[in-house]
Design a protein around this ligand. Structure first.
Ligand code: FAD
Ligand code: MLT
Ligand code: ZN
Length: 466
């Protein structure tokens, strides 16, 4: 039996996609920068089917790229050339909320928006939120340890995982779904899988730790002269507003791009260098806390919204950056973390180092101020020209930062991992990868650069398809 027949035997013929036109939607990433042909796309509907798919691929020596909503921004959720794409779209069941434990069990293919819709009526919230909510999946969020604007208060996805089930590279099913708050028996395998970007296991189910739903919300868009003023405002918000949930920022050039793209007018009296968008959330109206923080920071001009449509209009200016940038070209996206003390230097120097590396390139900066998380977007260079990326990542390390804050390493930054983490740590990561996936079948080339062990021959039976 060749691989296609073996996959069809596991998931049924309708869920093994080999037609190039049908495969195409799974083969290119959200930015348009990364992708390649898949051998086939396979869509299992249960953990057992995922295990069957993995076993079939393992015996054929075929590499697998796990894919959820394909909103990842580091190129690791799409094939690079001949892999089997394992799509989790059919792992989409959501259980009932357990109100006593504050958890819900859901399939890895459930979208963030679906989890929000399922848990909010029960008085809970997933505690993580970001612009890709309608498409990104829980499995993808776990695999990337996704962050978003609310990580400031509730942590990244890691903090929301109470249990995981998944499939290892040889088809073994591992499951720790009891949701015990205290469980020290052995190594914390789920913790190792979080953030592993599909290179150590395929996540099939998640026990998600919810937070209380907070309906009294107020957001403020604050125009400021400088990053130093933004840091002062952040300190005042931390001191005066325990209800602070998010504190994001963007700059004037990004705002212009968004306003043009959304065909909107500036909602403020005047332009500024830096804009902070902060949101407080509580059981009772947090407006006074927010006002006290703004006053302490000496802010006199601000746009406040305490109703949902008004807050959404403000957040559209911040979240709209990703789409507006994509509409302007194929971006090079660097998601870095910078210590707050070096943020001014980084934001000042980043456009300069990019311009030196790639003449005529445009640099758009925005991100999650409270986490020191800067999204550096460069428009202009060819997708394969990495000189601007290298310049930004070198500056990041010089500032004491990290090359990946929330999007992951993927294939986009694998070349930089050793420089960022050091040879010793990367050797330990390779040892872990070799122990769990000795034949390098799971997402080869993501996180760790492909080397001898990871480079596979094309899957057997490849030539018989599409
Ligand atoms: P995919 O893109 O399908 O895959 C991403 C990675 O996870 C790949 O390495 C893939 O192999 C792996 N993977 C997917 N599913 C599984 C699984 N079940 N088991 C094992 N590995 C798996 N990210 C943030 O952190 N914060 C943000 O604020 C944010 N905002 C965004 C806004 C927009 C408009 C867009 C397009 C993206 C944004 N992202 C953000 C990035 C992206 O949405 C997240 O990384 C998200 O977690 C990816 O989920 P996904 O289901 O789309 O994963
Ligand atoms: C965001 O915060 O909007 C995202 O992480 C997406 C991006 O970086 O474009
Ligand atoms: Zn982000």
């Amino acid at each position: 039996m060749d691989l296609v027949d073996a996959l069809r035997a596991v998931v049924g013929p309708a869920h093994v996609l080999v037609d190039p036109e049908v495969r195409a939607g799974y083969e290119r990433d959200w930015t348009g920068r990364f992708g390649g042909p898949a051998f086939a796309v396979v869509r299992p509907a249960s953990t057992e089917e995922v295990a069957g798919v993995v076993r079939a691929c393992a015996s054929a020596g075929a590499a697998i790229v796990p894919q959820g909503g394909n909103t990842g921004l580091v190129g690791a959720g799409v094939p690079r050339g001949g892999e089997v794409v394992l799509s989790t779209v059919r792992l989409n069941q959501i259980g009932a909320v357990d109100p006593a434990l504050g958890v819900v069990e859901a399939g890895a293919g459930v979208t963030l928006a679906a989890l929000q819709a399922a848990t909010r009526p029960a008085g809970f919230d997933p505690g993580v939120d970001f612009g890709a909510r309608d498409s990104c999946t829980l499995g993808g969020m776990v695999a990337c340890d996704a962050g978003g604007a609310r990580a400031l208060r509730h942590g990244t996805t890691r903090a929301r995982v109470a249990g995981l089930a998944g499939v290892l590279a040889d088809g073994t099913v591992v499951s720790r779904m009891a949701g015990l708050a205290k469980d020290n028996a052995g190594y914390d395998l789920p913790a190792t899988l979080i953030g592993s970007e599909g290179t150590l296991a395929i996540v099939t189910r998640v026990l998600w730790k919810l937070v209380p739903r907070l309906d009294a919300r107020v957001a403020a868009l604050v125009p400021l002269r400088s990053v130093e003023d933004a840091a002062t405002l952040l300190a005042a918000l931390r001191a005066h507003a325990p209800s602070l949930e998010s504190c994001d920022f963007f700059l004037d050039e990004g705002l212009s791009l968004v306003l043009d793209h959304q065909r909107r007018e500036l909602p403020l009296a005047a332009r500024a260098a830096v804009y902070v968008l902060a949101e407080c959330a509580a059981r009772t109206d947090p407006t006074e806390e927010l006002a006290s923080a703004l006053s302490d920071a000496g802010v006199d001009d601000t746009l406040v919204a305490d109703d949902t449509p008004g807050r959404e209009r403000l957040w559209a200016l911040r979240e709209g950056h990703t789409e507006a940038i994509n509409a302007a070209g194929v971006p090079h996206k660097m998601d870095v973390g910078i210590p707050l003390a070096a943020l001014g230097r980084f934001l000042d120097e980043a456009p300069r180092v990019v311009a030196d590396a790639a003449r005529g390139a445009r640099t758009i900066l925005f991100g999650h101020l409270g986490d020191g998380n800067v999204h550096v977007n460069v428009l202009g260079p060819d997708p394969a020209d990495e000189r601007a990326d290298d310049a930004v990542l070198a500056l990041t390390l010089a500032c004491g930062g990290t090359i990946s804050a929330e999007h992951g390493v993927g294939v986009a930054k694998a070349r930089w991992l050793e420089r960022a983490r050091g040879a010793g740590e990367v050797a330990a990561m390779r040892a872990l990868k070799a122990a769990l996936d000795p034949h390098g079948l799971l997402n080869p080339g993501a996180v760790l650069l492909a080397r001898e062990l990871d480079i596979l021959p094309p899957p057997r039976g490849c030539s018989s398809v599409g």
